[in-house]
Design a protein around this ligand. Sequence first.
Ligand SMILES: Cc1cc2nc3c(=O)[nH]c(=O)nc-3n(C[C@H](O)[C@H](O)[C@H](O)COP(=O)(O)OP(=O)(O)OC[C@H]3O[C@@H](n4cnc5c(N)ncnc54)[C@H](O)[C@@H]3O)c2cc1C
Length: 359
Amino acid sequence: MEPLLYLGSLAVIFLLWIKVKGLDYVIVHQRWIFVCLFLLPLSVLFDVYYYMRAWIIFKMCSAPKKHDQRVRDIQRQVREWKKEGSKTRMCTGRPGWLTVSLRVGKYKKTHKNIMINLMDILEVDTERQVVRVEPLANMGQVTACLNSVGWTLPVLPELDDLTVGGLVMGTGIESSSHIYGLFQHICVAYELVLADGSLVRCTEEENSDLFHAVPWSCGTLGFLVAAEIKIIPAKPWVKLHYEPVRGLENICRRFTEASENKQNAFVEGIQYSENTAVIMTGTMTDHAEPDKVNRIGLHFKPWFFKHVESYLNKDRSGVEYIPLRQYYHRHTRSIFWELQVHTEHTQLLDAFLFFFLTS
Ligand SMILES: Cc1cc2nc3c(=O)[nH]c(=O)nc-3n(C[C@H](O)[C@H](O)[C@H](O)COP(=O)(O)OP(=O)(O)OC[C@H]3O[C@@H](n4cnc5c(N)ncnc54)[C@H](O)[C@@H]3O)c2cc1C
């Protein structure tokens, strides 16, 4: 009974405090309360739902059948818009809070929202070495599916929530881009619903003008409904070499050298001040030296950029073996260093984040 009374009193004091200060003040100045009590638990539930759904659909192979039906629904919405006289412009109906960008697109309120419910991995074709995916499939889903069957995307942008549609229509890059280019450079075909409601496929050979115009077009040419992307064989570990470098010229020189060496499957540099950085180079490997394994994705591990900084602080190079999927999503927990900026001076939030933000 006592703990309940204690919790009840705390809740009353908390509500009184909100009443005195005002909800706006609490949300703006004490946002950790909202983040810890609501946002994080909801995010965890949402992630669990999303991964379970992707896993079940992938295992049961039921998505391709529904794909055509869902695309027809998008065509119907576009044709309706045309029939109604094309009064406003169209945009994807995906709400701003679901995207990675912090910008809230006000145009979503005034434009005709076309609902695109396409979030599945349709087919992994290991003969052609291509995966066919829907535009809302995200990088977390893609690595969960592909890496588990021994394949991966040559360019796999770090954050779990980045979607194929956003990466094609916006932009995407990864520490393997010195070999394979940007995200669009590994795409071999796009399927789009155009403004007249027609469905077109474009590749290097077929409708090639459209194929080359789609990347970075931000949805202005049509709605992406599927993309075919190259895949390459994956190995379970990344052998990562950390090298602290000092002096701007040295940093540029070492980064250029590392990028020019195509033996390096991954090259990344994190700069901590004008004159200090850590350059990382990595290769995929089948085996790991047990004493050098670092499972950076575990919830109790430090944020990746903090871990990298420790090499700079100790002024020593080092080698570690990181599970491939954890390497890809190394910046997901901390969104690079963004979470630190949001949570500075908030020790309680740090503790909560520490607990909740597992990869
Ligand atoms: C905090 C932050 C971290 C980032 N980190 C990385 C990173 O680690 N690596 C990296 O490569 N990039 C990164 N980016 C850039 C990011 O890849 C791009 O901003 C990308 O466009 C975001 O994709 P999204 O899935 O959030 O898509 P959205 O923001 O929803 O879409 C991006 C654009 O594509 C259009 N679009 C989306 N789907 C469709 C569709 N089906 N049909 C037509 N048009 C469509 C949208 O209208 C919009 O114009 C980051 C961006 C931010 C804000």
